[in-house]
Design a protein around this ligand. Sequence first.
Ligand code: ADP
Ligand code: MG
Length: 451
Amino acid sequence: MDNSVEKSKGIDDLKLIWDQVLEQLKTRVTEEGFNTWFKPTRLIEQRNGVLLVEVPNPFFVEWIEEYYGKTLAAALAEVNSAELRVAFQPRKIEPDTARPRFIRKRTLYTQNGSRLQDRYTFKDFVVGENNRFAHAAALAVAEAPSEVYNPLFLYGGVGLGKTHLLQAIGNFLVRTQPKLAVTYIPAETLFIELIDAVEKGTRMEFKNRYRSKDILLIDDIHFLRGKESLQEEIFHLFNHLYEGGKQVVLTSDRPPREIPTLEERLASRFSGGLVVDIQPPDLETRIAILLRKAESEGQNLPKDVAFYIASKIRSNIRELEGALIKLLALSSLTGRGLTTALADEVLHDLLRNRPRTTPNRVVKHVAKTFNVTVEEINSRRRTAPLALARQSAMYLIRKLLGFSLKEIGRCFGGKDHTTVLHAIDKIKKMMGEDMEFKEKMMGIEQRINRG
Ligand code: ADP
Ligand code: MG
């Protein structure tokens, strides 16, 4: 078929090489993992030093590359000295069966230049204690734009539903008040358009494009950090819309006054309506979200499996969703049932590449930030800086790992639970009063989560 196929090695030799790689893999991955992902592979040919291996469908390529990339590289290194590389190719199948049914259809965009995605609706948003207020505020704005809260400012961590709620407002209005000009735009896109407009000398058009909107939904406004020109532009845009009685809704990863370098006049504008936060979902809400998503994929997810996943993935709904989609995919592709065992496999693969958060990891990051050593934090010394670092570590272990006061006490040489409680309260209080300290703590948290 292709005359560039290397002739020096026959296909049988190549098969041998791939068989050896497979033997290596057997010793490196679980039996389940091997049977699911590698057993169905088949060597097709070698092209320019690349072994072309066929897999049952495109999902395999994605999965193997994402989760077994390093293992595969190690197995290859073990068996061949010629530095062969491997590429995977999905088996060719009939076009209409090519896309497994569980994989999301391509995102559909509403057809009116609003840049909204259809799938973000209030109907599909699960309300829990963590987002009840934000949801209510968003719905109120959607029902009576420019009348209740203007601007509405939603903030919260990554993957907690900010974009979803923001676009739900837009989608609601597109349906209920089709005459209104609704536009969703990430702050980053605004920035790119602004730079482009400056370069092309089309700044007036840029201004007019957004000044003519009735509802402007700006996502991830924390992106304004350090971008003076954009801040200036947004300030005037905001005033124009606001004075014209138009609705503005903004999202951010933090409240207006905590966005570093955000000009005071903007922070003050953004805080002038209603500022609401979205917190990470509790266990019940996470389970409800999983069940709802599974249902919308036409699948019946057993409660114990939902519980299992929800108890492992705690702080990010996007990840929760990702785990579910992989579980459904794996089940559908391998014909195995939706069980906690299968979920365990998916989660194992998902969480493997991420360092697990442990009390030690927390202490390590705290020590680094506070410029002390891990040994000092773990010691009994009570100088003020050490006490503060120790108390900060206690607070973070509580927050990130959900340890009980007693367990935390044990991590620090058997401290009494009232001591721990006192420490946590103190840190909370300090964070409420001292912005710089709060930023420091948030920074540590982010670094711990990042790994
Ligand atoms: P953010 O913008 O805060 O980073 P997103 O709005 O993109 O988060 O949400 C991440 C994913 O989780 C999206 O697919 C969204 O639909 C889903 N999601 C978030 N919150 C909820 C919720 N309360 N109910 C259902 N799905 C949610
Ligand atoms: Mg978002």
